[in-house]
Design a protein. Structure first.
Length: 55
């Protein structure tokens, strides 16, 4: 199926360096989120083990 490109609005040019920088920032934020999630889960596991050990 062909698309009619004559009526499509012009797309803004995206600077490749800006795109790469945005990707780095997103990846760093995702990494930090995952680390924090793992830290919280570990804390819950440790609390559960401590409770089990004292029971």
């Amino acid at each position: 199926m062909e698309k009619n490109l004559a009526n499509t609005p012009p797309q803004p040019e995206i600077n490749v360096k800006d795109s790469e920088f945005a990707e780095i920032v997103i990846n760093k934020a995702l990494l930090n989120f995952r680390k924090e999630k793992i830290r919280k889960e570990k804390s819950l596991i440790d609390m559960g083990l401590a409770f089990w050990h004292t029971s």
